[in-house]
Ligand binder design. Structure first.
Ligand SMILES: [Zn+2]
Length: 91
Protein backbone atom coordinates (compact mmCIF):
# COMPACT_ATOMS: atom_id res chain seq x y z
CA UNK A 1 0.00 0.00 0.00
CA UNK A 2 1.28 3.44 -0.96
CA UNK A 3 0.79 6.19 1.62
CA UNK A 4 -1.01 9.15 0.07
CA UNK A 5 -2.09 12.20 2.06
CA UNK A 6 -5.84 12.53 2.20
CA UNK A 7 -7.04 15.51 0.12
CA UNK A 8 -9.59 16.30 2.79
CA UNK A 9 -7.79 15.96 6.12
CA UNK A 10 -4.17 15.45 5.09
CA UNK A 11 -3.78 12.20 6.96
CA UNK A 12 -2.58 9.05 5.36
CA UNK A 13 -5.02 7.66 2.86
CA UNK A 14 -5.40 4.11 1.77
CA UNK A 15 -5.09 3.75 -2.01
CA UNK A 16 -6.39 0.68 -3.68
CA UNK A 17 -7.02 -0.10 -7.31
CA UNK A 18 -10.66 -0.11 -8.21
CA UNK A 19 -12.10 -2.68 -10.58
CA UNK A 20 -10.65 -0.79 -13.57
CA UNK A 21 -7.25 -0.47 -11.91
CA UNK A 22 -7.76 3.23 -11.14
CA UNK A 23 -6.49 4.50 -7.80
CA UNK A 24 -9.27 4.57 -5.25
CA UNK A 25 -8.54 6.75 -2.23
CA UNK A 26 -10.10 5.81 1.05
CA UNK A 27 -9.35 7.78 4.18
CA UNK A 28 -9.94 5.91 7.38
CA UNK A 29 -9.66 9.10 9.39
CA UNK A 30 -12.27 11.33 7.79
CA UNK A 31 -14.00 8.85 5.57
CA UNK A 32 -13.01 10.56 2.34
CA UNK A 33 -13.62 8.38 -0.70
CA UNK A 34 -12.46 9.23 -4.15
CA UNK A 35 -11.36 7.64 -7.36
CA UNK A 36 -9.03 9.06 -10.00
CA UNK A 37 -11.13 8.55 -13.06
CA UNK A 38 -9.14 9.92 -15.98
CA UNK A 39 -6.47 7.81 -17.61
CA UNK A 40 -4.05 10.75 -17.95
CA UNK A 41 -4.60 11.64 -14.31
CA UNK A 42 -3.96 8.06 -13.27
CA UNK A 43 -0.65 8.16 -15.13
CA UNK A 44 0.23 11.48 -13.49
CA UNK A 45 -0.75 10.12 -10.12
CA UNK A 46 1.43 7.06 -10.66
CA UNK A 47 4.38 9.19 -11.73
CA UNK A 48 3.93 11.60 -8.87
CA UNK A 49 3.42 9.06 -6.13
CA UNK A 50 4.95 5.89 -7.50
CA UNK A 51 1.70 4.18 -6.79
CA UNK A 52 1.04 0.91 -8.52
CA UNK A 53 -2.00 -1.24 -8.42
CA UNK A 54 -0.75 -4.04 -6.20
CA UNK A 55 -2.94 -6.71 -7.61
CA UNK A 56 -4.64 -5.78 -10.81
CA UNK A 57 -8.03 -7.36 -10.82
CA UNK A 58 -8.24 -10.32 -13.15
CA UNK A 59 -10.33 -9.83 -16.25
CA UNK A 60 -13.85 -11.06 -15.96
CA UNK A 61 -13.97 -14.70 -16.90
CA UNK A 62 -15.69 -15.30 -20.18
CA UNK A 63 -18.61 -17.65 -20.15
CA UNK A 64 -17.28 -20.96 -21.19
CA UNK A 65 -18.33 -22.15 -24.58
CA UNK A 66 -20.09 -25.45 -24.56
CA UNK A 67 -17.71 -28.12 -25.72
CA UNK A 68 -18.11 -28.83 -29.39
CA UNK A 69 -20.04 -31.95 -30.09
CA UNK A 70 -17.75 -34.69 -31.24
CA UNK A 71 -18.46 -35.23 -34.86
CA UNK A 72 -18.25 -38.75 -36.13
CA UNK A 73 -15.21 -38.80 -38.30
CA UNK A 74 -16.34 -39.71 -41.74
CA UNK A 75 -14.14 -42.09 -43.58
CA UNK A 76 -14.74 -41.14 -47.17
CA UNK A 77 -11.90 -43.17 -48.46
CA UNK A 78 -13.22 -46.30 -46.87
CA UNK A 79 -16.78 -45.94 -48.17
CA UNK A 80 -15.45 -44.91 -51.53
CA UNK A 81 -13.18 -47.86 -51.47
CA UNK A 82 -16.03 -50.06 -50.37
CA UNK A 83 -18.29 -48.65 -53.10
CA UNK A 84 -15.56 -49.02 -55.63
CA UNK A 85 -14.97 -52.56 -54.45
CA UNK A 86 -18.73 -53.28 -54.70
CA UNK A 87 -18.89 -51.82 -58.19
CA UNK A 88 -15.85 -53.80 -59.18
CA UNK A 89 -17.49 -56.86 -57.75
CA UNK A 90 -20.74 -56.26 -59.66
CA UNK A 91 -19.00 -55.81 -62.96
ZN1 LIG B 1 -9.07 12.17 5.42
Amino acid sequence: MTPIPCPACGKECEVRPDKRGHPFLNCRDCGYNGVIARKEAVEKFKQRTGWKPDAPPPPAPKPADPPPEPKPTPEPTSWRERKAARERGQK
